[in-house]
Design a protein around this ligand. Structure first.
Ligand SMILES: NC(=O)c1ccc[n+]([C@@H]2O[C@H](COP(=O)([O-])OP(=O)(O)OC[C@H]3O[C@@H](n4cnc5c(N)ncnc54)[C@H](O)[C@@H]3O)[C@@H](O)[C@H]2O)c1
Length: 349
């Protein structure tokens, strides 16, 4: 089996690529390294996944069985400030990718969607029948593609699975890959940076929500569990062509304070916090009902919050050494992984 993974140098993508390679899948990655920085595994083509000329060259020389589409711009805050970038990258580029897939008869598409399509929830846990009403451009771009996929199935026979991730978290258990963003916005890596002493404190936005301890509740799902769902989804559309949608969460929500307590237990470090006012657009609780994914994909999360934090802590402690190693690789003269549009050469690394 040969799969194109867009965004394979990103946080979730790097775990996805590793899992597919371990399963013996032939993987080609396309990534422009705008936010991703992992470039160690799989064949990597450096470029924009929406560049038609590049896609034509790739698809005319590679015969893919399917595409796992992880590349996107994915910061809610940034999408509110710069919506046009989000519509261009998450909508226009994705439509280009779908065009080329259809042209070359590649009919299986696994799409990374998000819980942000639900907006402010009416009930918990949130199932797939919950109304969709995104409250930011990021969520809207993802919903647009989900809806497009329904019509593309009818018109072009494109089969898809849209996976609505709740909060992706964790790292590979040994700590060799994990989250590493230039500007970190995710709760667990931020708390761990406080535990490491490289951030002074953690800001808690809102301590008067209607939850047990007044802080927001989120559903943290381990990155390995998410990747596992993608491989199950690929098998599923083999047997059940269509356009399918599944939530991926654990069904258990943890408040910010509960996450801090668990970090303190796992790391043995005290976390200094600073209470701030609520941020606009932060729902009180986001917790998934994942029964549909269990029933149809046979998926269930294997890791809980404690393992998520333990694995992320292993990664945080490795991070400096990893960064050094990547820098040395990047500077090594023999290394080449850039894509030559004219000659269609890309190296396997
Ligand atoms: N991390 C989460 O909690 C979460 C939650 C819900 C959904 N998602 C979705 O999962 C996917 C992966 O998220 P992530 O956390 O790994 O993000 P990430 O930013 O680490 O990874 C995205 C990757 O896509 C690449 N990319 C972006 N635009 C590109 C373009 N035009 N051409 C080529 N490459 C491009 C980036 O360089 C990066 O490597 C995204 O689609 C995101 O919306 C993530």
């Amino acid at each position: 089996m040969k799969i194109l993974v867009t965004g394979g140098a990103g946080y979730i993508g790097s775990h996805m690529v590793r899992m597919l390679l371990e399963q013996g899948v032939d993987v080609v990655v396309i990534d422009n390294f705008s936010t991703g920085n992992w470039n160690e595994e799989g064949r990597i083509i450096e470029g924009n996944f929406g560049d038609m000329e590049l896609l034509e060259k790739i698809f005319s020389t590679e015969k893919f069985d399917g595409v796992i589409h992880l590349a996107a711009s994915s910061s809610v805050e940034e999408s509110v400030l710069h919506p046009v970038e989000y519509y261009k990258n998450n909508v226009l580029n994705t439509l280009n990718l779908l065009d080329v897939m259809i042209k070359y008869g590649v009919s299986k598409f696994i799409f990374s969607s998000t819980a942000a399509v639900y907006g402010e929830p009416d009930y918990f846990p949130i199932d797939e029948k919950h109304k969709v009403h995104p409250v930011n451009p990021y969520g809207q771009t993802k919903l647009f593609i989900e809806e497009t996929l329904k019509f593309y199935e009818e018109a072009y026979g494109l089969s898809s699975v849209s996976l609505r991730f709740f909060n992706a978290a964790g790292a590979s258990p040994c700590g060799s890959i994990g989250e590493n963003r230039a500007v970190e916005t995710h709760l667990i890596p931020i708390i761990l940076k406080v535990a490491k002493g490289i951030r002074k404190n953690l800001s808690i936005f809102g301590t008067n929500y209607n939850t047990k301890d007044g802080t927001c509740k989120r559903d943290y799902v381990h990155v390995s569990d998410l990747c596992n769902a993608h491989t199950l989804a690929l098998k599923y559309i083999d047997e059940k062509p269509g356009s399918h949608i599944f939530n991926l969460g654990t069904g258990s929500g943890y408040s910010v304070k509960e996450v801090i307590d668990t970090v303190e237990k796992v790391t043995g470090k005290e976390i200094t916090v600073e209470s701030k006012t609520r941020r606009a657009g932060d729902p009180e609780k986001l917790v998934a009902n994942y029964e549909k994914a269990f029933k149809h994909l046979g998926w269930k999360p294997l890791f809980g919050l404690k393992e998520i934090i333990q694995h992320s802590w292993n990664w945080e402690q490795n991070l400096q050494a990893q960064k050094q190693r990547m820098k040395m690789k990047k500077n090594a003269p023999a290394r080449s992984q850039t894509f030559d549009k004219q000659a269609l050469t890309f190296s396997a690394i």
